[in-house]
Ligand binder design. Structure first.
Ligand code: ADP
Ligand code: MG
Length: 696
């Protein structure tokens, strides 16, 4: 695969090579993300205008687009400038008016001479009881009737590009669509009754009836599938690169795990056991594991990860667990310490704070195998960190990781299996789009005995009541988080809000009762504030969103979120997940500043009405759209022009299995279908996959 296939050249030529596209139109096209003829092929009409010819206007229910043959009658020029120029016309049964503004009289007399027969098409409306067609879309002599399409596709437009220009440019691009060898599984294609690619392009741009515009119309569905297939092929290539041989099988004895399980005060859930089994089976394979562990907040991912780490150690290896923040890394250390002791396993932490001799000693212990499990921040993947025998790398809460970063991580961990954990429940279609290169285990069951969280919406006008409620709770020994909002992009403003709230709450609840933690604090202070809260020395922790992910203080049962209306749904769900972790009743107060916008209201009521992370994710997807939800730039998710992630999840699933099956049979894409698939990757601009294939 040295370069773009020649057959595709015309589609990747300069946009100005298309009919009717000059530098100016090219500029306008660029505004809508259309840079090359190829982009126009995948810009499909979103509706159509029925221009089927009628006998008379009388058959129409107005207002409507009408196409009818008329005899031109009297012209009446406007009395004043800017007035309407009116031409009375008569069809087979009735008469109406053609109306023009700012048109030149000589021009109108030329195209609509009195007494002539003309075919006119345009929207007819009643104005003062009089039927009129303002600025007809078409005015043609009857012998040129063929120029008016019976069903005219309507394209998304941008300022400066008219529908006529657009249609012309599209037609010129469609004419360039070459016949390409088929990349879709023949069975799949037959079952879905999909046309060949070039035919699909042709048909999608020349709908004959409204049904042809539906996402389920065979031509459009095929083009959507092509996009999904190209994306899944990229992920499948990434997956096969990650899954190459690691040169060893990791097979634990179960001895350490058994010790820990007997020491646990609870039993693992069925979902946890299932996930552990899946992970162990993967680790025992000579191929590298690249697995995602997905589970809502509080579903118990840490235990699953720890069991997997023990499995690696039982096999004589080491494991590492990386968290996105220092706070979380420390918390993992605390949370795992007792379990590690139970198992008799050496656990250490490494973060950016480790310096000098201490750091050196830790690195030495890692290199000799003295440290068996390392937790830490991304510092654990610095160049000079070497393990004696790293078998498993666990990445916690990395839902902001894209395919590219995962590939890098896979390279760093060289021969280690990789387990990525995410607490962001995402709908199936998105999981496939974003994590299609991974195998997925889902924790779809929460540990038993969890109480539901009472969630209420409270306007900021009731601040005094909320503080009073808090005072009561504190006097009962309960603990609360108080989250201050991200008011502006600036950290400084955030801080003032948090610090201000901290002062006020101290003033009303008592100096010793309230703590503060935020991202800008010196590390030691941050730790101290977290530790005080975890140990119950403070009852209220005022925080910025640093507590968003993963923090676990089971005794905290109240979550107050100030200005909840400016947070996203997923973030609110994460924040709320900090409470409801113990056996006591928990509450979450969503404080908002009235009036709420419609979308803010929908977000808050959704949160109030459900705790189901998947349900919340679905609403989020519906409200924000896929790209926004996972961050297109970071996720490496392409911008789909035809496919609709929200509605075509099933298609995505088919594309994934098709892509994986193809790659399994033909890892280097050298068969006929493999070669066709390479052309698809070029067509869909999946450079990443192309690069991966070429480096092999
Ligand atoms: P998350 O999936 O959000 O990372 P954690 O692993 O932090 O969740 O677990 C949340 C809490 O649930 C922890 O206090 C943990 O000890 C507890 N836990 C985990 N598994 C179980 C279980 N099977 N039964 C009861 N409690 C559990
Ligand atoms: Mg966690």
């Amino acid at each position: 695969m040295t370069g773009r296939p020649e057959a595709l050249f015309p589609l990747f030529a300069d946009i100005e090579t298309l009919d009717g596209v000059g530098p100016k139109t090219a500029g306008h096209f660029e505004q809508m993300g259309v840079k090359r003829p190829r982009d126009l092929l995948f810009t499909l009409p979103y509706s159509g205008i029925d221009r089927a010819r009628r006998n008379s206007l009388r058959d129409a229910v107005l207002p409507d687009v009408v196409t009818v043959e008329v005899t031109v009658g009297a012209h009446r020029a406007p009395r004043n400038r800017g007035g309407a120029y009116r031409i009375t016309v008569e069809d087979a049964e009735t008469s109406f008016q053609l109306v023009f503004f700012h048109a030149r009289t000589d021009y109108l007399q030329r195209i609509l001479p009195v007494g002539a027969r003309r075919l006119v098409s345009g929207k007819v409306e009643l104005f003062d009881g009089l039927a009129q067609m303002v600025h007809p879309d078409y005015v043609l002599p009857p012998e040129e009737a063929g120029e008016i399409p019976a069903f005219e596709p309507v394209y998304p437009l941008t300022a400066g590009v008219s529908l006529k220009q657009m249609s012309k440019a599209v037609a010129s691009a469609v004419a360039r669509a070459p016949v390409l060898a088929e990349w879709i599984d023949p069975e799949q294609k037959k079952r879905s009754k999909w046309p060949n690619w070039a035919e699909a392009v042709q048909q999608a741009h020349s709908p004959q009836k409204p049904e042809d515009l539906a996402a389920t119309a065979p031509a459009r569905e095929r083009l959507a599938y092509d996009e999904l297939m190209a994306h899944q092929l990229t992920l499948a290539v990434a997956r096969s690169r990650l899954r190459r041989a690691k040169g060893h099988r990791t097979k634990g004895t179960g001895a350490l795990q058994a010790r820990v399980l007997t020491a646990l005060p609870y039993k693992p859930t069925g979902a946890q056991l299932r996930a552990i089994r899946q992970i162990e089976a993967d680790m025992a394979q000579p191929l590298k594991m690249n697995r995602l562990l997905q589970g809502d907040v509080g579903s118990g991912k840490t235990l699953v990860a720890f069991m997997a780490l023990l499995f690696a150690i039982e096999a004589g290896g080491q494991g590492v667990m990386m968290a996105p923040t220092e706070i979380l890394a420390r918390q993992h250390l605390e949370g795992l310490r007792l379990l590690a002791e139970e198992a008799g396993v050496v656990l250490e932490i490494l973060t950016g704070r480790d310096k000098g001799a201490e750091r050196k000693a830790k690195l030495a212990a890692l290199a000799t195998g003295g440290i068996q499990i390392l937790v830490g921040t991304h510092a654990v993947f610095q160049k000079d960190v070497e393990f004696r025998d790293l078998r498993l790398a666990v990445v916690d809460e990395q839902h902001r990781f894209g395919v590219r970063q995962r590939l890098e991580l896979g390279q760093k961990g060289q021969r280690a299996d990789v387990l990525v954990m995410t607490a962001t429940p995402i709908p199936r279609s998105l999981a496939l789009a974003q994590y299609g290169d991974m195998d997925v285990s889902v924790l779809d069951e929460k540990p038993p005995g969890r109480k539901s969280i009472q969630t209420a919406m409270v306007s900021t006008g009731r601040m005094a009541e909320v503080v009073e409620h808090l005072r009561q709770a504190v006097s009962e020994g309960r603990q609360a988080y108080w989250v201050c909002p991200l008011v502006e992009e600036s950290e400084i403003v955030d801080l003032t809000a948090a610090e201000e709230r901290f002062k006020r709450l101290r003033a009303s609840l008592g100096e010793d009762v309230v703590g503060l933690v935020h991202g800008q604090m010196p590390a030691a202070e941050k730790d101290a504030a977290m530790a005080d809260f975890a140990a119950g020395r403070t009852n209220v922790l005022v925080a910025t969103t640093v507590i968003e992910v993963g923090v676990n203080v089971p005794n905290a049962t109240i979550m107050v979120i100030e200005r909840a209306e400016i947070f996203g749904l997923a973030q609110l769900h994460q924040l709320r997940g900090r409470v409801g972790r113990g056996s006591a009743e928990s509450t979450c107060l969503l404080m908002y500043q009235a009036p709420l916008s419609e979308s803010a209201e929908r977000r808050l009521t959704t949160l109030r009405d459900t705790e189901d992370g998947f349900r919340i994710a679905e609403v989020d997807l519906e409200m924000r759209g896929a790209g926004d939800l996972i961050g297109v730039a970071q996720s490496g998710l392409p911008r789909f022009r035809v496919a609709d992630l929200e509605r075509q999840a099933a298609l995505m699933e088919v594309a994934q299995s098709d892509a994986r099956a193809l790659l399994e049979r033909d890892p280097d894409l050298t068969s006929d279908r493999g070669k066709a698939a390479r052309v698809l990757l070029w067509l869909m601009e999946q450079d990443q996959a192309i690069r991966l294939i070429s480096v092999g």
